[in-house]
Design a protein around this ligand. Structure first.
Ligand SMILES: Nc1ncnc2c1ncn2[C@@H]1O[C@H](COP(=O)(O)OP(=O)(O)O)[C@@H](O)[C@H]1O
Ligand SMILES: [Mg+2]
Length: 164
């Protein structure tokens, strides 16, 4: 994670992580620009719970689930879309083309769980989010980007920012 801007967050409950996701989802929706949100972290660190918060903040009203088997779920909000990928089960970049991965991640708002499997395939317009487990209920979350500024990241992290 060696990007131009980086900010460190911590959450102490699963609700905190979802709340942070909502802040991010709202921010993205308001910006109106495409953004690829790349989630990186071991199993159980909170990628799917964070995605649920992002979707809620973006305006998705239905319950969102991890697209581990579907690979991609699409949510419609007003006239915009949110594309939620879980690329854990994909092995080859040729499979990405088949599912429209490049188009959706470059031109739309997307969330990609297990983005580190295909980090070279993601656009410049990416917000990298690294999740690590501190203990049962706490998570360290690093926001990192070449595209968003440090001010953007501080804005997005809100009360969960712990230092940078
Ligand atoms: N601070 C926290 N943030 C996110 N998840 C947490 C936190 N504390 C505990 N958890 C738990 O960790 C698990 C995260 O699961 P999930 O979101 O499916 O992870 P992943 O998608 O990364 O595999 C859930 O059981 C959740 O309740
Ligand atoms: Mg998951």
């Amino acid at each position: 994670m060696n990007h131009k801007a980086q900010v460190q967050l911590e959450t102490y409950t699963v609700e905190d992580t979802q709340q942070f996701g909502q802040l991010l989802g709202k921010w993205v929706k308001q910006s109106g620009d495409p953004l690829c949100i790349a989630l990186i972290g071991d199993l159980g660190t909170g990628k799917t719970h964070l995605s649920q918060g992002i979707a809620k903040g973006f305006g998705v009203t239905e319950e969102i689930t991890s697209p581990t088997f579907a690979i991609m779920n699409t949510y419609d909000v007003d006239r915009t879309h949110l594309y939620h990928f879980d690329v854990y089960r994909l092995d080859d970049i040729s499979e990405l083309e088949n599912i429209g991965f490049y188009e959706y991640t470059e031109d739309c708002v997307s969330i990609v769980e297990w983005a580190d499997k295909f980090s070279d395939e993601l656009p410049d317009e990416t917000l990298w989010i690294y999740l690590t487990r501190i203990d049962d209920t706490s998570r360290s979350i690093t926001l990192s980007s070449d595209y968003l500024t440090k001010d953007d990241l501080v804005d997005i992290g809100g009360p969960y920012v712990v230092g940078n």
